[in-house]
Design a binder for this molecule. Structure first.
Ligand code: PEP
Length: 284
């Protein structure tokens, strides 16, 4: 769960399993080994989320010859999510997903997950936001492609129907995000604007440093897309980190949490013999 004491690290598997459950299960095991708090997936009802026209568009993939063949091929159903749920329980790692339509929200509510994630793409859909909020499940809400006015309206919409926002994520929805558009100080802006909410960072940049810096700036949770192999096919692979990088990220975040300390200025016991040795006079 997201707490005040330690950054909640989410490995966003998303659709980087490329439709293969065995790959998804391997990614969960790797995320657990890396020390993540949670793994995350996406859930769509394909013919609700995409128009018939979009689905009919030609697109060659391992699943067939249309865009719809690929979208359907990437989607996991109940059997797959049952196995994901069972493995996460066995490994003791939390899991949840971002629904992209109301039916997918209801589908996910059959599982005892700690959160529903609201993707940046979904925050302008009032009926969807209200549907998610009314489930009573705490929401993790991402804010890519949004200005402060929109974010205020999103928070208000969720609050108005009694929803709970467990974390609001600063985010830029480009893949990969260029450094000049990451704008980590947005985390502080959101913290000032919403003092009662925990603020996180959902990153799509290359490398690890910005995400670690986000924690230094107060992110209570971070989310990164992960992959077994960045050169694999798929739209999210290029903006993802591989599992050894994920392990480094978690380890650096845990070190950072120690390094940040509590802010009290004091003389450490380990410094005292050094002071005795180095200070000629103690007259001040
Ligand atoms: C796209 C998603 O998230 P974000 O907007 O944080 O990238 C998601 O959670 O599915």
């Amino acid at each position: 769960m997201i707490t005040d004491s330690s950054c909640y690290v989410i490995a966003e598997i998303g659709i980087n399993h490329n439709g293969a459950l065995s790959q998804a299960l391997e990614m969960i095991r790797a995320a657990k080994l890396a020390g993540c708090d949670a793994v995350k997936f996406q859930k769509r009802t394909i013919d609700v989320v995409y128009s018939a026209e979009e689905l009919a568009r030609p697109r060659d993939s391992v699943f067939g010859i249309t865009n719809g063949d690929q979208k359907n091929g990437l989607e996991f159903g109940k059997d797959a999510f049952d196995q994901i749920d069972a493995l996460c329980r066995e490994l003791d790692i939390e899991w949840f997903a971002s629904p992209w339509d109301e039916g997918s929200t209801d589908f996910l509510m059959a599982y005892d997950c700690p959160y529903l994630k609201v993707a940046s793409a979904m925050v302008t859909d009032k009926a969807f936001l209200e549907h998610c909020a009314r489930t009573g499940r705490p929401l993790l809400v991402s804010t890519g492609m949004s200005d402060l006015g929109l974010i205020r309206r999103v928070v208000k919409t969720i609050n108005a129907v009694g929803g709970t926002i467990a974390c609001l994520y600063h985010c830029t929805s480009t893949y990969p995000t260029t450094d000049s558009e990451i704008n980590l100080r947005g985390i502080q802006t959101l913290a000032k604007e919403f003092p009662d909410l925990k603020i996180g960072f959902s990153g799509h940049e290359k490398g690890l440093m910005p995400t670690i810096a986000a924690v230094a700036l107060g992110a209570a949770s971070v989310e990164r897309h992960v992959t077994l192999d960045r050169s694999d096919w798929g739209s999210d692979q290029a903006a993802s980190i591989e599992m050894d990088e994920l392990a480094s990220l978690v380890s650096d975040i845990r070190r950072l949490e120690t390094v940040l300390g509590d802010g009290n200025i004091c003389v450490y016991e380990d410094e005292k013999p050094i002071a005795d040795k180095l200070r000629r006079n103690t007259t001040v």
